[in-house]
Design a binder for this molecule. Structure first.
Ligand SMILES: [Zn+2]
Length: 103
């Protein structure tokens, strides 16, 4: 547990205790650092197995709501698509455009 000062909407500063998630692993997420507080919830910088970084609420991590950056869903969809294309054409071409790529 660690404590953070939070200013509530009326301007008062209160101390809130949060569970330290740094170094924990949830699904594909690896919690790398504390990201801040929003709406009295602690957020964490998480590194996904695929290399993406996301800001996730500690509550979402602990509840199992967020387990990856979303790549699991994308991978499943791509697998299905690949299989389908493979069956249709005998070959497949998948282009994944990354952020920052220039074409
Ligand atoms: Zn990912």
């Amino acid at each position: 547990m660690f404590q953070i000062a939070i200013r509530n909407p009326s301007g008062q500063v209160g101390w809130h205790a949060f569970i330290n998630e740094k170094g924990n692993r949830y699904g594909r997420w690896f919690v790398t650092d504390f990201a801040g507080v929003a709406k009295e919830r602690a957020f964490w910088w998480c590194l996904c197995n695929c290399g993406n970084i996301g800001k996730v609420a500690g509550t979402a991590l602990r509840a199992g709501v967020s387990k990856s950056c979303g790549c699991t869903t994308a991978e499943l969809a791509r697998e299905r698509l690949t299989k389908y294309r493979h069956e249709q054409t005998g070959r497949m071409t998948i282009h994944k455009k990354k952020e920052g790529d220039t074409q």
